[in-house]
Structure formats: C-alpha cells, structure tokens
Design a protein around this ligand. Sequence first.
Ligand SMILES: N[C@@H](CCC(=O)N[C@@H](CS)C(=O)NCC(=O)O)C(=O)O
Length: 233
Amino acid sequence: MALVYSGIQVELREVKLSDMPASMLQLSPKATVPVLVLEDGRVIDESLEAMLWSLSQADLQQWLDMDERSTQLLRRCDVEFKPLLDCYKYADRHPESSELEHRQRAEAFLRDLDEILSHQPYLAGRHCRLVDVAIFPFIRQFAGVDAAWFANCEYAFAREWLNSLLASELFLAVMKKYPFWQPGDTAVYLPGATRTSQASRLRHCRFQWRSASGFLYGEVQVARGIGRSINYH
Ligand SMILES: N[C@@H](CCC(=O)N[C@@H](CS)C(=O)NCC(=O)O)C(=O)O
C-alpha cells in the first residue's frame, strides 16, 4: 500500500511461503515476505523499513505526520504483538498454551488500539497515517483466525477501523490475487504507478488518483485521506 501510495512503480513477484524461490532467498536469507529490491540493488526485507523508504520518496497525504504514541504502537506491534499473533495463528505449533490463552495474550494490544480508536477515527488522530497502514494488516490476520469471535468481540472501535481500511480503495487495489512468480515470467506490476525519476513520479502521482466520478484530483484533494473517494487506474 505504501509503495502504491508513494507512486512508485514496483514489479511484483508473488511467492508461495512454503516454496520461496532460490533467487529471493539469495537476496534475503531470512525467508520472510515482503522483500523489496531497490533499483540500486539494495534489499529491504522488513515491511516497516520498506514503508519508510517508500514514504521518503513521496508522502503526499502526510502519512509520516504522527505523534510519539504512534511510534510506540508501531514498535509494540513489531516486538510484542506480532510474536503473540504468530502463536495464536499457529496455536498447534505452540501447545504450551491453548488457542484461547494465546488469543487473550494478543488481545492486550487490540484493547489498547480500541481505547485509542474510541476517541478518534485513526490511531494518530483524524487522518490515516503510517501507523494505521502498518498495523491493520496484522489485526486483519488476528481477526481471520476466528472470524466469528472477532465479529462479536468487545473491540467494536478497532473492528470498525479495520473494516474501513479493508474497504479502502488503496487496500482493494493492492490485494488482488496474483499467480505465483516463476523465473522467466512476464513482469507484473503493482497498480497505479508508473515512474522512474523523482520528477515524473510526483507529476504522475498527482494525476493517477481519480475520484469515483472520474474527476482528476489535485495534490490538495489527495491530501484529504485515503479510501473514500479515490480510485486507482
Ligand atoms: N518483521 C517482518 C515479519 C515478516 C513476516 O513474518 N512475514 C511472514 C508473512 S506475514 C512470513 O514471511 N512468514 C514466513 C513463513 O510463514 O514461512 C516484516 O514485517 O517484514
């Protein structure tokens, strides 16, 4: 999402987690996704770093404009919540506790998000920021373990926040299913962005964002927020 948001052209290589291509493992032996390879050959294999690199290229809606609490949430998500989420997702691999106990441990983070979201629509305030986009995919995974439980759980503000991000056009644009990549395949690109230089990217960025009615948005209107009236073509 951050790459498309920043208007960066990215060749996408969908991989099977259980059968990662040797060429990818050579670039990033830690064998997790995502892996971003920059034009100069640098490899970024942490999603938050890839997002930060992306926003350092272009940040038209000020996703980086966050408070200190958001920075702490980002850190907590990575360091505390993600390992607990993995135990909950793969409870059979962590039989020292029941699935319920794993979930209850992970819920502490969700409860804190819910408290913040009971006062404001997004984690850093009135607008979507990096903290929202970086955290919600993990809450999506958490919700997916037991969707029936999540649909009725007490964290209604967090649920609403998650659902609004899941319905955002940016998310829908990037979450298409792609066939698994194989060496020799024709390149597949993430939607929306075609740029090579800084200048053409920024110009293009402004004009690739359209309202539902097809009206071209300018930079100021883009800054109003994602997921409401923006389409990707
Ligand atoms: N901190 C890493 C975590 C990456 C991660 O754990 N990715 C999972 C997919 S969500 C993965 O690749 N797992 C490898 C596997 O399941 O074999 C990041 O955010 O990039």
